[in-house]
Design a protein around this ligand. Structure first.
Ligand code: SF4
Length: 467
């Protein structure tokens, strides 16, 4: 069951969430209904949450969300362009909607591909009527009004806005964990990354507005909040209160009803001892930090313009490991960056050995439009990138097997989020963000916190039983 979050108005509960929000066309067909919308999301948690807010904006204008693109009056794609494959997928999906405009349906492209490709989308897919990047979402109501008035080519592509995307109503997907964006855009300039172009400069949200929203989601029954930003720990409170990020974490955790607080993604450069001190002081701050390294080689980090060396990154890891409780650390790695040598790769592999990450998200480099690395010679063949990726994943698999084996016999608190089709089987996340699949004889566990004893493991998850 999804929930609608309504700032300053009465709280509403929306209908069931479309279960196949990310799947596309396996839906029943029927006549398109004016005043309905279908919204499909690609990409990161920021995109997921933007879609929740877009859905809220539409619902506050009287639109109703439907599960079928076939029956929707308005079809929206919230897109991702962080990797080449993701962007290609958007155009292939748009191709499937070629005939929709003629049937009176309106098609819109939102998000990073919208910003990256701009009005060219109208040329490649003339059946699209709305192209809007995330930095212009605050203008969405007026753009939608233009679409409703019959304007065939409506754009919202400014990135120089100071605005953050705050809505009167957010249609949340998860009934227990509420995402909250606290900072939008990015002022870093990593040479491979399209985000500063697609999402614009950093804009932090006022701390009082964030805390008001936390209070309201807590009143609606959410017990876990996840603060989001491309560089969440670069948060700079624009109010006279000037709350530090670490102070904001503590203030969020202090709100009645909040039991877990997460934050992602942290940039190593801005990761401070204050954050670790806050985690030590407040157990509601989850035992997990996602700290993207991208490479273990200082030479490659320089080419990536990541603003830290391997040694400086390892100092941040030591800072986190110095906390009074064990904190799980996950990371992002790119292999095959232009000029990456075997020696550079060996340094990345040794970084995995040094840090013993709890999980990694590893990708092959792909050149993106509007990024500095586009002009670098991407001479590493695709097969070689695949080989390097496989090496990295194999090493991490071994590390995770070893780490997970050490958890057997231990008990963890789990927020139960899924009931399996198999009788008595459930799953959920620990505070350190591990998935545990477990058995229990109880019948109503969804949304509850339970103790689970670990009895087995796979490289990617733990297996247990309700303690
Ligand atoms: S910190 Fe770097 S990788 Fe992350 S969003 Fe900003 S530019 Fe992109």
């Amino acid at each position: 069951m999804g929930k609608t979050f309504d700032i300053g108005l009465e709280s509403l509960t929306a209908g069931p969430l479309p279960a196949n929000r990310r799947s596309a066309l396996a839906m029943p067909s029927g006549p398109a209904v004016r005043g309905t919308f279908f919204l499909e999301t690609f990409g990161c948690q920021m995109n997921d949450h933007d879609s929740e807010k877009v859905a809220g904006v539409l619902m506050s204008r009287g639109y109703r969300q439907v599960e079928s693109a076939d029956t929707a009056g308005l079809i929206l794609y919230n897109t991702c362009s962080i990797r080449e494959k993701a962007a290609q997928k958007v155009f292939s999906r748009l191709g499937e909607y070629r005939t929709k405009q003629a049937q009176g349906q309106v098609i819109g492209v939102l998000g990073c591909v919208a910003q990256q490709e701009g009005e060219d989308i109208f040329e490649r897919a003339p059946w699209v009527s709305l192209v809007c990047g995330s930095a212009s979402y605050s203008k969405l109501p007026e753009l939608l009004a233009q679409v409703e008035a019959g304007n065939q080519r409506v754009t919202g592509l400014e990135t120089d806005t100071d605005a953050t995307f705050e809505t009167e109503m957010t249609r949340r997907d998860n009934p227990w964990r509420a995402y909250l964006t606290i900072i939008e855009g990015c002022d870093k300039a990593c040479s491979y990354c399209v985000v500063p172009y697609t999402r614009g400069p950093e804009r932090s949200r006022a701390s009082n507005s964030i805390l008001r929203e936390v209070r309201q989601v807590a009143e609606l029954g959410y017990s876990e909040v996840q603060l989001l930003g491309q560089t969440v720990n670069s948060y700079a409170d624009p109010t006279s209160r000037k709350m530090r990020f670490s102070e904001l974490l503590l203030a969020v955790a202090d709100e009645p009803g909040i039991r877990r607080v997460r934050f992602t993604t942290s940039h190593p450069k801005d990761f401070t001892q204050h954050i670790v001190d806050a985690m030590d002081a407040q157990p509601k701050l989850c035992n997990h930090v996602h700290l993207p390294a991208q490479s273990g080689s200082t030479r490659v980090l320089r080419a990536m313009q990541r603003t830290y060396t391997r040694e400086e990154y390892l100092e941040k890891i030591a800072m986190i490991r110095g906390a009074r409780r064990p904190i799980s650390i996950t990371t992002d790695i790119i292999v095959g960056f232009p000029g990456e040598t075997e020696a550079d790769l060996a340094e990345t592999l040794s970084l995995l050995d040094d840090v013993k990450y709890d999980a990694i998200f590893a990708f092959k480099y792909s050149p993106r439009p509007h990024t500095p690395s586009l002009s670098m010679n991407d001479a590493i063949p695709e097969e070689e990138k695949s080989r390097r990726l496989a090496l990295l994943q194999e090493k991490q698999r071994e590390i995770q097997m070893e780490r997970h084996a050490g958890f057997i016999g231990m008990a963890f608190e789990v927020l139960v989020s899924t009931k399996s089709r198999k009788e008595n089987h459930w799953s959920g996340h620990t505070t350190c963000h591990r998935v545990i699949n477990f058995t229990s004889q109880e019948t109503a566990l969804l949304g509850k916190y339970v103790q689970v004893r670990v009895t087995g493991m796979t490289p990617n998850s733990l297996v247990g039983e309700h303690a």
